[in-house]
Ligand binder design. Structure first.
Ligand code: EPU
Length: 461
C-alpha cells in the first residue's frame, strides 16, 4: 500500500492546470448507457474512481472505443458506445469500491427497462442512503424491489411516465439522486418536474450533455428542473467541466504554505462561496489577466474570458484570520472542501467554527489533524478550531478522499516529516497529486508502506 512522506515547511510557487471534474465525469460516463450511439467525453480525469466506472460500464455492455493501450499516457478522451444491452447487473464487487456506481441505475432502467444495482451501503463519511433515488424513480412508475442487497428496478408496461417529484430529504437535495432521476426522465413519456433538485455545477454539466444527446431539459442549476421526455437519445461530444474541489484544494495549499500558485482551467464561477470564505481568511484569488490588485471575491472572475476556465493567482496574507463556516448544498460552501478548510483554519489567528450540514459525521480527519498539533474540539456536527502557530509532522492515517487531502495540506505546512498512510483514498480523486505538488516545490514522496515505516523521523517531530 502506498504512503506519502512529506517534509513540510516549504513555500509552494508555480503553475498547475486543474483537471476535469471527477464528480461531473462519473454521471456523464453513466449517461452513455442511455443510447447505443457513441458518446465522446473530453477532459476526463485519470483517477481510480474513473477507471472503476469504466470497468463497470464495460461489464454493462459498453465498448470503450479509444481505450489507451497498456503503457500509453491517458489522453483524457473517452468514447463509449453501449452496444450490448443484455448485461444490466452492477454487482457488489464494483459498487463496494465506488458508491457512484449508483448513477448507472437511472440510465439503465430508462434505456433497457431493467436494472439491477447493488445497494452501495455506508462509507467513511456517513450512512449515505439512496431512498431519494428510489423514491424519485418510483414516482416515474418504476417498480423497485430490494433483494439480496441489490436494487432491482423494472419499467412497467407502457414505460416510465413523467411526474412532479419532490426530491428534498433531511439534508437537502441529493446530487446523484437528481442525476439518476433526471437521466431516467429524459426517456419517460410526458413532462417531469424535479422540485428541490440539486443545483450543483455537476448536474448542470450532465443536463448539457443530455441535451446534446437530444434530451429536452431546462432549469438545470436551479431547484426546479423540467424534463420533456423524448423517444430516444443519440451520440454527442462534450468536454467535462474543471474540478472545483481540486481547484479549492490547491488554493488552500497556497494558503497554508504562504505560497503563490497560478491555477489554469479554474472554474471560479462554481466556487463563489469558497472564495468568499477564503477572502475572509486572508487568501487572495485574482484573475491573472486582471489588474494586479487584490480582486474582491465575487468579482474574482472579472477579466476572465470564461469564468468556468479561468487562470487565477492565489496568494495569502502571512496571518490567516478565523471564520465561521457551514457546509451547504451548492451554491453554499461545499462539504468536499470542509476537511481541507479545517487544516487552513488550524493555522489561523483565533477561533473558528466549522459546521457540517451535509454529512454530519464527516470528521474522521479531526483525530488525525489533532495528532499533528491542531487544536480541535468536536461538538456534534460542529468543530471548534483554535488556531495554533504551527503544526508538527506525525504519522497519520488517511480515512477518506477529502480527509486525505486535508492531511496532505497539513503535512505541507507542518514542521518536520509527515507520513500519511493509505493514500489510495487520495488517488480516487486527485490525479498524481504528489507529482504536481513537487512541481510547485513541495518535498513529497510516494513510497511503499514498508519503506515509510523504516524512514527516519527527524528529531523534533
Ligand atoms: N441523502 C439522503 N437520501 C438519498 C441521498 C442522499 O438522505 O437518497 C442525503 C445524504 O446522506 C447526505 C445528503 O443527502 O446527507 C447529500 O447527499 P448526496 O446524495 O447529494 O451525495 P452524493 O450524490 O452521494 C455527491 C458527491 C460527493 C459529495 C456529495 C455532496 C459524487 C460522486 N459524489 O455524493 O462527493 O460530497 O454529492 O455534495 O458526485 C467526494 O467527492 O469526496 C464526495 C464524497
Amino acid at each position: 500500500m502506498d504512503t506519502f512522506v512529506i517534509d513540510g515547511g516549504r513555500r509552494l510557487a508555480g503553475r498547475v492546470r486543474i483537471n476535469g471534474s471527477k464528480n461531473a465525469a462519473l454521471p456523464l460516463l453513466a449517461a452513455t448507457l442511455l443510447t447505443d450511439q457513441p458518446v465522446r467525453l473530453r477532459d476526463v480525469p485519470n483517477l481510480a474512481d474513473i477507471q472503476n466506472m469504466l470497468r463497470l460500464l464495460r461489464e454493462l455492455g459498453c465498448e470503450h472505443r479509444d481505450a489507451p493501450a497498456e503503457g500509453t499516457p491517458w489522453s483524457g478522451t473517452v468514447t463509449l458506445a453501449a452496444t450490448d444491452q443484455s448485461k444490466s447487473h452492477a454487482k457488489y464487487e464494483v459498487v463496494k469500491t465506488m458508491r457512484a456506481s449508483i448513477c448507472t441505475l437511472g440510465p439503465m432502467l430508462a434505456r433497457r427497462g431493467y436494472a439491477r444495482v447493488s445497494l452501495p451501503g455506508g462509507c467513511a463519511i456517513g450512512e449515505r442512503p439512496v431512498d431519494l433515488h428510489i423514491r424519485g424513480l418510483r414516482a416515474l412508475g418504476a417498480q423497485i424491489t430490494i433483494n439480496e442487497g441489490d436494487i432491482i428496478a423494472r419499467v412497467p408496461t407502457g414505460g416510465l411516465t413523467g411526474n412532479t417529484i419532490f426530491m428534498g430529504g433531511a439534508f437537502g437535495s441529493t446530487v446523484l439522486g437528481t442525476a439518476n432521476v433526471m437521466s431516467a426522465a429524459t426517456l419517460a413519456k410526458g413532462t417531469t418536474v424535479i422540485e428541490c433538485a440539486a443545483c450543483e455545477p455537476e448536474i448542470v454539466d450532465l443536463a448539457l450533455l443530455l441535451n446534446k444527446m437530444g434530451a429536452r431539459i431546462s432549469g438545470q442549476g436551479s431547484p426546479r428542473i423540467t424534463i420533456e421526455g423524448v423517444d430516444e437519445l443519440g451520440g454527442a461530444e462534450h468536454r467535462v467541466i474543471p474540478d472545483r474541489i481540486e481547484a479549492g484544494t490547491y488554493m488552500m495549499a497556497a494558503a497554508v504554505t504562504n505560497g503563490e500558485i497560478i491555477l489554469d482551467n479554474c472554474p471560479v464561477d462554481t466556487l463563489l462561496s469558497a472564495l468568499d470564505c477564503l477572502t475572509e481568511v486572508g487568501v487572495h484569488v485574482e484573475a491573472c489577466n486582471a489588474t494586479p490588485t487584490t480582486v474582491p471575491t465575487r468579482s474574482a472572475h472579472r477579466g476572465c474570458d470564461d469564468p468556468m476556465r479561468c487562470s487565477v493567482r492565489v496568494t495569502s496574507d502571512r496571518i490567516l484570520r478565523p471564520v465561521q463556516v457551514t457546509t451547504q448544498p451548492h451554491p453554499g460552501f461545499p462539504t468536499d472542501l470542509q476537511a481541507q478548510l479545517m487544516t487552513v483554519l488550524s493555522l489561523a489567528d483565533g477561533n473558528s467554527v466549522i459546521t457540517e450540514r451535509i454529512f454530519p459525521d464527516r470528521f474522521l480527519h479531526v483525530a488525525e489533524l489533532s495528532r499533528m498539533g491542531a487544536n480541535l474540539t468536536r461538538l456534534g456536527s460542529s468543530v471548534i478550531i483554535s488556531g495554533v502557530r504551527r503544526l508538527m509532522g506525525a504519522q497519520v492515517m488517511a480515512s477518506d478522499l477529502r480527509a486525505s487531502a486535508a492531511l496532505v495540506l497539513a503535512g505541507l505546512a507542518a514542521e518536520g516529516r509527515t507520513t500519511i498512510h493509505r493514500v489510495y483514498h487520495l488517488d480516487r480523486g486527485y490525479d498524481r497529486m504528489e507529482e504536481r505538488l513537487r512541481s510547485l516545490g513541495a518535498s513529497i514522496q510516494r513510497v511503499d508502506d514498508r519503506e515509510a515505516v523504516a524512514a527516519p523521523v527527524p528529531a523534533g517531530c
